[in-house]
Design a protein around this ligand. Structure first.
Ligand code: PLP
Length: 389
């Protein structure tokens, strides 16, 4: 029996233990002040997070999926509008579009980067298209320069990033979070920057979107939500002015996320170093290791390998039996979920997305891995892959 258990994307116990003193102080500070809703840590986190992303504004919300929904509501996109996205983002993009009541259209991805294929986007645009949501999959930024040039003549379309897996990643066009009209992040505990539960952030460089996203997350009311540092809550209430939701980030989660943000560069460096070790040891295996184009950095939420489809499931099963939580993130792709199959999704609709879904093996690469655990993952991945031929 093996003695190792290596979790897939983070290590819940070490997540807290590693920064325990600072996390404890941050949480008790909020509890002592009783600042549970929109306390000063929320505003501070929004400032610090957006600055880290090189964006002007941040709006802290309850999840990455909520951030995507809020971005669409902020742009007043709804019934009759078409939104184009990828089917690979763990249902979040698809659900956000469904929940906004807009028409969802998926386009295929590029097989090397796993990100939206700009040519597929070009072919999918129609006069009804109002938004494009681009996910930076597994932590690699999408080719925003190519996507922007596809959209160059369409000033009526807004570009939204899904940066849930790619906080801190850079591209020749800039840093994730600053590349579109709005960007959406998850800070769920399992993400590269994680709080101790669920959370998300929306970033933008547009003041108008910042103001409106604040309204949308706060029941759609045009009041500035009470913030502790305000001497008085500003209440120029105009009541409900936009379709809204109740999706404000809890102060406690913001306080924890601020601690994790302070250590994000340390954590990203560790993920990238772990990935480099894997690159070296897996170069002689019959698989494709992650591709990083010139001028890009990767945040490595997981380490995605492509193996032959015929061995993928056995490969995952054998790694799992050895205590390594390797997985296929994310299968099935959205269009093959029962909900979307009933609404016209079908196999063959997105050939590259489906091929990747059939071949992907995501290995743990997170900052909480110890060196013996990395050696263990390498040894067993090689052994399993070589035995499966
Ligand atoms: C690419 C991508 N986008 C968005 C989300 C949604 O984030 P959340 O779980 O915070 O709603 C996820 C969640 O895993 C994701 O993988």
């Amino acid at each position: 029996m093996n003695t190792y258990h290596i979790p897939a994307v983070y290590h819940p116990k070490r997540h807290y233990q590693r920064d325990k003193q600072e996390i404890d102080a941050a949480i008790w500070g909020v509890l002592d002040r009783g600042a549970f809703v929109m306390g000063r840590e929320v505003a501070a986190f929004e400032r610090e997070f957006s600055a880290y992303c090189q964006a002007a504004y941040g709006v802290a919300v309850t999840s990455g999926t909520a951030a995507l929904h809020i971005a669409l509501l902020t742009a007043e996109i709804g019934p009759g509008d078409e939104v184009i996205g990828v089917a690979t983002a763990d249902k979040a993009i698809s659900l956000a579009v469904e929940n906004a009541g807009a028409d969802l259209k998926w386009v295929d991805i590029d097989q090397q980067t796993f990100n939206m294929d700009p040519n597929a986007l070009q072919a999918a645009l129609t006069p009804k298209t109002r938004a494009v949501i681009v996910a930076h999959m597994y932590g690699l930024p999408a080719d925003i320069t190519a996507i922007r040039s596809v959209l160059a003549d369409r000033k009526d379309i807004i570009l939204i990033e899904d940066g849930a897996l790619a906080i801190g990643a850079d591209s020749p066009a800039g840093r994730v979070g600053s590349l579109g009209d709005m960007a959406c992040f998850s800070i769920a505990s399992s993400k590269v920057l994680g709080c101790v539960g669920a959370g998300g952030v929306l970033t933008t460089n547009h003041e108008e979107f910042y103001v409106k996203a604040n309204w949308v997350r706060n029941y759609g009311t045009a009041s500035s939500p009470y913030k502790e540092e305000d001497p008085m809550p500003t209440r120029q209430e105009k009541g409900l002015v936009i379709r809204g939701v109740n999706e404000r980030l809890d102060t406690i989660q913001a306080a924890v996320a601020r601690v994790k943000l302070k250590h994000l560069d340390r954590d990203l460096a560790k993920r990238r170093a772990n990935a480099k070790i894997y690159d070296r040891f897996f170069s002689d295996l019959a698989c494709e290791t992650p591709y990083i184009p010139q001028g890009y950095t990767h945040s490595f939420r997981t380490y995605p390998l492509l193996v032959e489809a015929s061995i993928r499931d056995r490969c995952l099963q054998q790694l799992n039996e050895r205590g390594i939580e390797a997985g296929a993130h994310y299968i099935p792709p959205d269009h093959l979920h029962p909900y979307f199959l009933k609404r016209g999704g079908y196999r063959g609709q997105l050939p590259v997305t489906e091929e990747v879904a059939d071949r992907i093996v995501c290995l743990p690469v997170h900052q909480y891995l110890e060196s013996d655990e990395i050696a263990y993952v390498i040894h067993h991945t090689k052994e399993v892959m070589q035995s499966l031929g």
